[in-house]
Design a protein around this ligand. Sequence first.
Ligand code: NI
Length: 193
Amino acid sequence: MAILDLKYYGASVLTRPAKPVKRIDRELLKLAQDMLESMYHYHGVGLAAPQVGVSKRMIIVDCGEEYQEEPYILINPEVVSAEGKQFGPEGCLSLPEFFTDVERPDKVVVEAMSLEGKTIRINGQGLLARALLHEIDHLNGVLFTELVSDEEVLANEIPVMKDRIRKILSGELPAVPEYEEDIELEDRVAVEA
Ligand code: NI
C-alpha cells in the first residue's frame, strides 16, 4: 500500500467529471487500498479518486463506527434519493483548512458496486449522508465551494487557502496539518472529505 499525494484546489482533475469504472481489475483494487490508507493518513472521512489524480468513479467513505461497520469502497456510486435538510460545517482534503457551513440533504440512499462486483445500497443520514454526497460531487467535478452561498466567505478564505496550498506543494507546510490539541483535530476532521 502507498500514501498517495493529494490534488488540491486548482487542479483540473477536480473540476471535470470522472469516468465510469468498467472493469474491476488488480489496478483498481490497488487504487482502492491506497486510497483507504491515504484517507486515514490525511485524517479524512472520505476520499474520491479524482482527489488523488485518478479520474475514475470510485469513492471511499469512513465516518466511524457510529455510522458504519466498515469502510465503504464504492464504485460508480449514484444518489438514488435524497431528502431532508442539514446545515453544518464541511471541509475537503483538497481545500486544506477551509471549513464553512453548507446545506445538504439529511438523508440519502446511494447505490453502487462493491469491489466484489455486487450492487449495494447504502442509507446515509447526517454526517454519512454529507460525506457520501460530498464524494459523489467530486466524481461530477463539483467542489463544495459551489454550495457556499456566502460570497464574502469565499472572497476572504480562498486566497488564504491558495497560499496554504502553495506552501504545502513547496514543502513549507506539511500535507497533514499539525493541530495544537487533539480535541480540535476531532472537531475538524469530522467533516473533512
Ligand atoms: Ni472533498
